[in-house]
Design a protein around this ligand. Structure first.
Ligand code: XMP
Length: 319
């Protein structure tokens, strides 16, 4: 893509100019935006960049390994893999309120990030994968009261506190342009096309109290569901798809026995920007086959439901 080729070269030039020979740290979530930002900055300044990947114990199956393998082994980036599962899950123990979960995760994320960023020593810049829509969305709409439905966490306020300047090479881009730039930088298509994943991760897909048992079940069910969607060639038609494990056990029958296990809800939506969304009209065959696979392959779940709420009035995530 000619345009993105030129954009990349110009962005690299600007990053070099802004940063000089200083060190840069970057929070890497494994999402498309922070990944593209990290690869771009790495092309510009190499080992002056250190990425911090925080594993809060709320990632999907295989996710931490994927991120570490790709960025450390394939791209040869300096990457700090902060395994802080105990810390996050410990603080979240017994918490069921969605906003309280977000606040705890946001606070710990900043603490952990700061701790590891300090290890880098002498970093002067913080890199973020902020996009143009993020820039506009942070400006409040005129003419109406602003209502916070969900407080998304980011590292806002952190740069000043740490005395860091921001590097935001994607600030002028929309999501589709970031994807094109990612392709230009050689990130694999499968990675670029990944569905968005929220910062609080599986915490907000586990309504009610989060336990390790529920998280383990949720990971397995989610992996089966996504595998089904990929096998049926539907992944790219869907904006986001995931399983939520419900805080209720239901009675079932398997073989000659009674079961008393968790129910789960499948979610899949189409959307342009996440602000509004329609539930995805799967065929009944697909839903039936998926339910059977989840119940057979995931011990701990004996009932599968499909969420047919659009946004509004629902939201995409359950919390
Ligand atoms: P909702 O559930 O509000 O989600 O319809 C809209 C989009 O935002 C994502 N989402 C979050 N992302 N931190 C994030 O980084 C959050 O706390 C959060 N809550 C929702 C959601 O996955 C969807 O893409």
């Amino acid at each position: 893509d000619w345009t993105m080729d030129a954009y990349r070269d110009e962005a690299i030039r600007q990053i070099r100019e802004q940063v000089g020979d200083a060190k840069v740290i970057c929070g890497l979530s494994g999402g498309v935006d922070s990944s593209v930002a990290a690869v771009l900055i790495h092309e510009a300044i190499g080992d002056q960049l250190t990425c911090v990947f925080v594993d809060h114990g709320l990632l999907r199956q295989g996710e931490a390994e994927e991120v570490v393998t790709m960025f450390r082994d394939h791209y040869n980036m300096q990457l700090i893999h902060a395994d802080e599962q105990e810390l996050f899950l410990g603080e979240l123990d017994g918490v069921s309120d969605p906003e309280t979960k977000r606040k705890i995760i946001g606070r710990l994320f900043i603490d952990v990030f700061q701790k590891h960023a300090n290890e880098v020593g002498g970093a002067k810049f913080l890199a973020q994968g902020t996009l143009y829509p993020d820039v506009i969305e942070s400006v409040s709409f005129s003419g109406g009261p602003s209502v916070t439905i969900k407080s998304h966490h980011n590292v806002g306020g952190l740069p000043e506190k740490m005395g860091l300047k921001l590097v935001e090479p994607l600030r002028e881009l929309f999501k589709d342009e970031v994807r094109a730039l990612g392709r230009e930088l050689g990130l694999p298509d499968a990675f670029i096309g990944r569905h968005p994943f929220p910062g609080p991760g599986l915490a907000i897909r586990c309504p009610g109290e989060i336990t390790r048992e529920k998280l383990a079940i949720l990971r397995k069910a989610d992996a089966v569901y996504i595998d089904q969607i990929r096998r049926h060639g539907l992944y790219d038609e869907i904006w986001q798809a995931f399983v939520a494990i419900l805080p209720v056990r239901t009675v079932g029958v398997m073989g000659d026995g009674r079961t008393y296990d968790f129910a789960c809800a499948l979610r899949a939506v189409t959307s342009v920007d996440g602000m509004t969304a329609d539930y995805y009209p799967f065929s009944h065959d697909f839903l039936g086959e998926t339910a059977t696979r989840i119940i057979n392959e995931v011990p701990g779940i004996n009932r599968v439901t499909y969420d047919i709420t659009s946004k509004p009035p629902g939201t995409i995530e359950w919390e």
